[in-house]
Design a protein around this ligand. Structure first.
Ligand code: OFO
Length: 173
């Protein structure tokens, strides 16, 4: 049976991962609104990945005999000053998530929960990748600055990221 402190921390993190999905889907909506459809695709794929992060914790908690408690998800921001500002906000958010995961690992070590350590190591590694991708995106946006052509090409590049699944937009699809 999982220690209640770890179960609570996993439930809080399920909420944080779902908020990440909300945040990136909100960014996707804003990018689409600004006609940056490639960046919108990139953010939709990221939001989908965040739901996988949430569900990985969810499944683990059930497997360990804990109780999943889904809590209210905060509303994310809905607009940003520029594409660069949005990607900078994404990088800040990933750094915040890394801190949370590290604290969870500290807890697992303190209470000698070896199984949770194994799971959390996956997230520690994943956060290295998440921060690297977010940093890369910010650097690309900084590099192109206000150059319209370059921004257009960059948007196309962002749009090559595959989404994990698509949702039919009407009953006929
Ligand atoms: Fe973006 O890594 Fe989960 O939250």
């Amino acid at each position: 049976m999982i220690d209640q402190r770890m179960a609570d921390s996993i439930n809080d993190q399920i909420n944080a991962e779902m908020f990440s999905a909300y945040l990136y889907q909100s960014m996707a909506a804003w990018f689409a609104d600004q006609n940056f459809n490639g960046m919108a695709t990139w953010m939709t794929a990221q939001a989908q990945e965040e739901m996988i992060h949430a569900m990985k914790f969810y499944n683990y908690l059930i497997e360990r005999g804990g109780t999943v408690l889904l809590k209210q998800i905060d509303s994310p921001p809905t607009e940003w000053a520029s594409p660069l500002a949005a990607f900078e906000a994404a990088l800040d958010h990933e750094r915040y998530i890394t801190e949370r995961i590290n604290k969870m690992m500290d807890l697992a070590i303190d209470i000698r929960d070896h199984a949770a350590k194994g799971l959390l190591q996956w997230y520690v590694d994943e956060q290295v990748e998440e921060e690297a991708n977010a940093t890369d995106n910010v650097e690309k946006l900084r590099m192109v600055g206000d150059a319209g052509n370059a921004k257009y090409m960059l948007d196309k590049e962002f749009g090559t990221r595959p989404v994990l699944f698509t949702i039919p937009v009407s009953a006929a699809d």
